[in-house]
Ligand binder design. Structure first.
Ligand code: N2P
Length: 359
């Protein structure tokens, strides 16, 4: 008994030492940071990083709405961010506490402010398009030319030609419904139930040619040659290309922004209302806002970041690649969407289940 008591006393006496260890708990998208950045942050600040990943806004949102996530930093896309601010699950992020806020790219920040009124709750991390990643040789074999149009992917008779070599589609209703609405010549931002149902019905007609709805496995599946086409995000698609190159394989992956245009989105650094380590979260966000750090993250992920001065530090093969940093001509073909309210979001979730399962 005394031994147990002594052990407890020792454990208690030691507790303050471990409680003094500084930590930041981060919940970010998978394949979305240079792992060396996390190590260097800890080396420079003494703050340990606990890093978890997800690959869908819906997963993040359900965790945030349930509360007590234990996370200090999360990275919702803009529309989800706006609903989460309204729901009161995020706390303000004061730019006065961020010395590197001067590096925030004003043009991107201006776009984000329509989702984050007064720029009070978030800072852009990365921004990107949703397009078509494909295996150049296999697509050439089947259709004789590169992908340039959504027609080649979203017409059932065309997708059918690619089904045997493997097609993945993002498990992300926001992206896929907006792109399908646009393809059907409806407003990509429509929240009308009948428009959304038309888009969903169209997708149901494509389902038999789609091997999987998934938002992160396509990177390796493309790089390994397991699939020949994915509707995916720009940076991830280029990561697939690079993984194939690094493996010395003869798989060549290309990424296309189809001529009809596509969705542009932003993912943003935010802090849950009950973040346990607020000071450390500020330190980490400030670190990400350093141009050299942002450049490393873009180099590793091939996603364009929200730190303006970082662009000059990025190799021109990425900084001048219009599929990473769209040029003016590409920009004109991009559209964005506004935030569905809670009932609209519920309807979209139901439709999406129907698209994926037929029920
Ligand atoms: C990272 C994907 C981020 C883009 N792999 C989608 N939010």
């Amino acid at each position: 008994m005394t031994k147990i008591l002594a052990a407890l006393l020792i454990a208690f006496a030691c507790a303050p030492a471990s409680a003094a260890e500084r930590v930041v708990n981060i919940f970010n998208w998978s394949d979305y940071i240079d792992p060396g950045v996390l190590e260097d942050f800890t080396r420079e600040t003494g703050v340990k990083v606990v890093y978890d990943t997800y690959d869908s806004n819906e997963i993040l949102e359900s965790r945030l709405l349930a509360g007590a996530t234990g996370y200090d930093i999360v990275v919702p896309s803009a529309t989800f961010l706006q609903r989460q601010i309204k729901a009161g699950v995020l706390q303000p992020v004061s730019r006065k506490r961020l010395a590197n806020a001067v590096n925030i790219w004003s043009e991107i920040d201006g776009r984000l402010s329509s989702y984050d009124p007064g720029s009070a709750h978030a800072i852009n991390y990365m921004w990107y398009t949703t397009g078509v990643a494909y295996n150049v040789a296999k697509i050439k074999e089947r259709i004789g030319k590169p992908i340039t149009s959504w027609e080649q992917v979203l017409r059932p008779e065309n997708l059918k030609k690619l089904a045997d070599c493997g097609v993945y589609v993002l498990d992300s209703p926001e992206d896929i419904l907006a792109i399908t609405l646009n393809f059907l010549k409806l407003d990509p931002n429509s929240k009308s139930e009948s428009d959304l149902r038309r888009a969903a019905d169209h997708l149901v007609g494509l389902r038999r040619y789609i091997k999987k709805f998934h938002s992160s496995e396509y990177i390796n599946a493309l790089a390994n040659g397991d699939i020949c086409l994915a509707i995916g995000w720009a940076g991830d698609s280029l990561q697939a290309r690079n993984r194939a190159r690094e493996a010395g394989s003869d798989v060549e992956i290309a990424y296309a922004i189809p001529s009809e245009g596509t969705l542009m989105s932003m993912d943003n650094l935010a802090m849950p209302i009950d973040a346990p380590h607020v000071a450390e979260a500020y330190l980490f966000i400030d670190y990400l806002l350093r141009p050299d750090v942002a450049a490393r993250n873009t180099k590793a992920t091939n996603f364009a970041n929200g730190v303006g001065p970082s662009r000059a530090l990025i190799d021109s093969s990425i900084a001048n690649d219009p599929s990473v940093y769209p040029n003016d001509a590409t920009m004109r073909r991009l559209f964005t969407v506004t935030t569905p309210n809670q009932p609209q979001q519920k309807f979209i979730t139901r439709l999406w289940t129907m698209v994926k399962t037929g029920r």
